[in-house]
Ligand binder design. Structure first.
Ligand SMILES: C[S@@+](CC[C@H](N)C(=O)[O-])C[C@H]1O[C@@H](n2cnc3c(N)ncnc32)[C@H](O)[C@@H]1O
Length: 253
């Protein structure tokens, strides 16, 4: 999948292709990242990309002209190899990103859907850019960052791990939190005892059916305790309801 990122800080965004899961995906050609710096689309000697806000007030606003040129160049390049090239503006005022949105963004990523991620800085971008060129606005949470780059990296990371062949084990992403509107169960690794704390005995039993049942029970129970809002979106089967009852009894709840 191809990502085009419009940013004043390309070196920050490019780090996503240098490390970890996304780094390996880039090396293996499963994702491609292209950064576009609006400063390269300015015409004045100072390469100015911002200006004072109309009406006064603090801070600066990213100017429309260089952004328009940058977005259009990125869209043209992306459409040369993709069927679509949606422009997403990272914004605290956008719809809040969640796993189902990420899943939709990654669906059908047979190298035909490009994404162009537009990162604001300063007080944000000239509103007319949103009207003219932005297809969707997404927020990564109810807090304000200094720029959209971390949001773009979050989207790239979250999508990449859902792409075919990216994760070592094909089931890894399917067992993660938010699949089926459930949180993941807890995980343990060697050694068996850490400061008197044992691992649950069932995990050593070798009984795969019992282990799968225990994991499902923990996932449902944890979700009930930590994120009951997710369970409201999930119609639990009668087996799952029994597991939840068992979990609550075991926890004395
Ligand atoms: C300092 S913020 C501007 C905030 C803007 N004045 C407001 O209050 O809505 C600069 C840029 O950071 C990015 N940004 C900030 N918070 C974000 C969030 N929660 N999610 C996604 N992007 C965010 C946006 O691209 C924004 O244009």
């Amino acid at each position: 999948m191809r990502f085009d990122v419009i940013t004043l800080l390309p070196e920050l965004v490019e780090s996503v292709t240098q490390v970890g899961v996304t780094g390996r995906a880039a090396t293996r050609g499963l994702i491609e990242l292209h950064c576009w710096n609006p400063r390269d689309f300015t015409e004045d000697v100072h390469r100015t990309v911002d200006d004072r806000p109309y009406g006064g007030g603090p801070g600066m606003v990213m100017k429309a002209e260089s952004l328009l040129k940058t977005i259009r160049a990125a869209r043209k390049a992306s459409l040369a190899v993709n069927k679509t090239a949606k422009v997403i503006y990272l914004s605290p005022q956008g719809k809040q990103l969640d796993q189902s949105a990420v899943r939709k963004m990654s669906a059908g990523t047979d190298a035909e859907q490009g994404l162009i991620l537009l990162c604001g800085r300063y007080e944000g971008i000239d509103e007319r850019i949103i009207e003219l060129e932005v297809d969707e606005e997404w927020s990564i949470g109810d807090y304000v960052l200094s720029g959209g780059e971390l949001g773009a990296m979050v989207i790239i990371d979250a999508i990449t791990r859902l792409l075919p062949d990216v994760l070592g084990h094909k089931d890894s992403a399917e067992q993660d939190s938010f699949t089926d509107n459930l949180l993941d169960c807890e995980h343990f690794t060697r050694p068996e005892v850490v400061e008197d704390l044992q691992i649950p005995a069932v995990l050593k039993s070798g009984d795969h059916k019992a282990i799968a049942k225990w994991r499902r029970k923990q996932a449902i129970g944890r979700t009930y305790q930590r994120r009951p809002d997710l369970l409201l979106k999930n119609s639990l089967s009668s087996d799952d309801k029994t597991l939840l009852e068992e979990y609550l009894n075991e926890q004395d709840l």
